[in-house]
Design a protein around this ligand. Structure first.
Ligand SMILES: Nc1ncnc2c1ncn2[C@@H]1O[C@H](COP(=O)(O)OP(=O)(O)OP(=O)(O)O)[C@@H](O)[C@H]1O
Length: 612
């Protein structure tokens, strides 16, 4: 029989036992004495409980406690040793890459991880409510609203949204996963927010992802990140990312960009413009963005920047073309409103200096921004503007009316004028304090860090702009947008009644226009490359008793003939068609009534505002 071995805890318990008399004169303890001595020190009356349990149940709980204590000590020391060994191993034999939550990669990695098996089988995941954009929710042809329509056939958005499952991503902590035969560790952690970081009025914690792999090189992780970037790009390749300056109420620091959304890239052919007009802009930007251009500019000492001024009445496609350009060239679009009251010149300069290598910066409604020079230069610039305004009237078009003072009025003009005057009343003082003309010019000219960007400024009133703002070098090409011509009206009609599956034939567009463009003036000679913009054949959707695509074309012709040339903006025509979006025949029937009503309303407003 093996002899039961006594454990010598004498040194451990010497302090506890110092007051205790030893009956047999030895310091050795048995298992029952061990917890009694220790627990006695922590739990007053423990020996009484022990004796009571022994008397009543005849069971010595000290044995269980002793064994428990030994197991606990064993596990703790193994864990301690393991941690030490792991720390040593990871220090010398593992590599890590950290990704901050302010980086785009953070979301890409999270999304990729969420799509992996590891997130599906993990027992510790974070559920994130899916907040997709409207366009992600359904296709146009998903007509079976079945369960989300109420008895009256009304679409209920809450019901619809409730059907979208949440996204599951790994929770904070370490998670292992395999990629291309290698093991990686994904560690997501959170750092307490500093007082400067606010989101929705409360401090927002910062998050960090650590990707680790075995080996002394980060190459496998870099490969993984390359893969994730391409995965993410493939997913988003049809999207245009839109960024705006971070709202100062959310962050103490101004002059920082944040991603507001991404939306499907606007196909160039959905912007109805003169093909030559599009071609000229496309060719110019295409040449500018070519990888060999920076060297070309550098060799000639020219700052590598390109600026465009899109001007014309409201609703004629200036913003639409900017987004379509971003889509076609795969650029992100950075939108700045100079009317933002909290925007300072320092912020503006930071924003420009933190632009990526290639992007489109969109400065909208630049004329309403209340940019001012000192009074002297104001006078001289207004003189020069008056002269320019006169010369513009020579161009005719829809720019100015007979007396050369006011523009032709449209509903959009009216809305815009009211909006602008409100804005001016509300913000002119703020803006004067915030952004001056020289502040904007400094930001645009800036240091070399934002070379490579495409600057697009839009305005309804180019004649109000200071010459300094639109001089060559700051604005290299001006593009004038006009009210809808008959051809454009026709195109808008056909596009409206064709489904996504159908391709609309675009009027032939190549990137280099052989004929000079009436509406476009370029300050620099144009490019050489001539990639072509696709023009495909079509069939239109059959709607509203239209039996063939040629019927649609015929109706479109009649529709276009019903509207006077260059009187309505594409936005106005689109607005009319949208309210009859599945009924081309009805649109044709009702267009004359709409036309007369709108002309009358414009006339009335013209009289009220005393505009010719
Ligand atoms: N040339 C066009 N081709 C296709 N759609 C157009 C065109 N012009 C305007 N639209 C439509 O009208 C709406 C407004 O257009 P957009 O915002 O591009 O006009 P804008 O000229 O930038 O106006 P604003 O000067 O008021 O900012 C958009 O929904 C757009 O689809």
């Amino acid at each position: 029989m093996p002899h039961k071995r006594k454990i010598d805890f004498s040194s451990l318990l010497s302090s506890v036992n110092s007051s205790r008399d030893s009956n047999n004169g030895t310091q050795s303890l048995n298992l029952t004495e061990l917890p009694a001595n220790i627990l006695e020190a922590f739990i007053p009356g423990y020996s009484l409980i022990l004796r009571y349990a022994l008397d009543v149940f005849g069971f010595d709980i000290s044995i269980v406690l002793s064994i428990g204590l030994i197991i606990f000590a064993f596990v703790t020391s193994v864990q301690y040793l393991w941690d030490k060994a792991y720390t040593g191993f990871s220090t010398f034999c593992m590599s890590s890459v950290y990704i901050d939550d302010s980086d785009d990669l953070f979301n890409s990695v999270l999304e990729w991880i969420a799509a992996q098996r590891m997130s599906k089988i993990s027992r510790s995941v974070k559920a994130v409510t899916y907040r997709g954009s409207a366009w992600e929710e359904a296709n146009e042809d998903d007509h079976d609203g079945g369960e989300v329509l109420d008895e009256a056939g009304i679409f209920n958005f809450s019901k619809w949204a409730a059907r979208v499952p949440p996204r599951y991503e790994p929770y904070y902590g370490r998670h292992r996963f395999w990629f291309q035969g290698k093991m990686f560790i994904f560690d997501r952690s959170r750092r307490a927010a500093s007082s400067s970081q606010y989101q929705y009025g409360r401090p927002s914690d910062e998050e960090l992802i650590e990707l680790t792999c075995v080996g002394r090189s980060t190459k496998p992780i870099r490969d993984l990140l390359d893969y994730v970037k391409i995965w993410s790009l493939d997913k988003e390749k049809a999207l245009t990312v839109i960024r705006r300056p971070v709202n100062k109420e959310r962050s103490r620091y101004g002059g920082v960009w944040s991603r507001v959304s991404s939306r499907p890239s606007r196909p160039m052919e959905t912007v109805v413009l003169e093909p030559e007009q599009k071609a000229r802009v496309l060719t110019d930007i295409n040449e500018y963005l070519h990888p060999s251009s920076p060297r070309w500019y550098a060799n000639r000492g020219i700052p590598y920047r390109r600026g465009y001024l899109f001007h014309g009445p409201p609703g004629t496609g200036k913003t639409s073309l900017s987004f379509a350009l971003a889509g076609i060239f795969g650029l992100e679009i950075y939108v700045i409103s100079l009317l933002e009251p909290t925007l300072t010149e320092a912020d503006l300069s930071n924003l420009f200096n933190s632009l990526p290598r290639r992007c489109i910066v969109l400065l909208e409604d630049i004329d309403t921004a209340g940019l001012v020079r000192d009074e002297k230069s104001d006078e001289s610039s207004s003189r020069s503007k008056a002269e320019k305004s006169k010369s513009n009237t020579k161009d005719g078009d829809n720019e100015n009316s007979e007396d050369g003072k006011e523009e032709r009025f449209t509903l959009h003009d009216l809305a815009k004028a009211m909006k602008s005057s409100n804005r001016r009343e509300r913000t002119s003082d703020d803006v004067r304090q915030g952004i001056s003309l020289s502040g904007l010019l400094n930001a645009i000219d800036g240091v070399a860090t934002h070379e490579g960007r495409v600057l697009v400024m839009t305005t309804n009133h180019p004649e109000k702009l200071d010459d300094a703002l639109i001089r060559p070098g700051r604005v290299d090409m001006q593009v004038q947008f006009g009210l809808a011509t008959r051809v454009q009206t026709r195109e808008l009609f056909v596009r409206m009644y064709s489904s996504d599956k159908d391709k609309i034939p675009e009027r032939k567009t190549t990137l280099s226009s052989p004929t000079p463009l009436r509406h476009t003036t370029s300050n620099l000679p144009n490019g050489t490359s001539k990639p072509s913009v696709s023009a495909s054949s079509t069939s239109a959707t059959l709607l509203d008793n239209i039996t063939s695509p040629s019927d649609l074309q015929a109706i479109a012709d009649r529709f276009a003939e019903s509207l006077p040339e260059e009187t309505f903006s594409p936005a106005e025509i689109q607005g009319f068609l949208l309210t009859r979006k599945k009924e081309p025949q009805r649109a044709l029937r009702e267009v004359e009534v709409w036309r007369d009503g709108l002309l009358e309303a414009k006339e009335r407003r013209r009289k009220v505002f005393g505009v010719q």
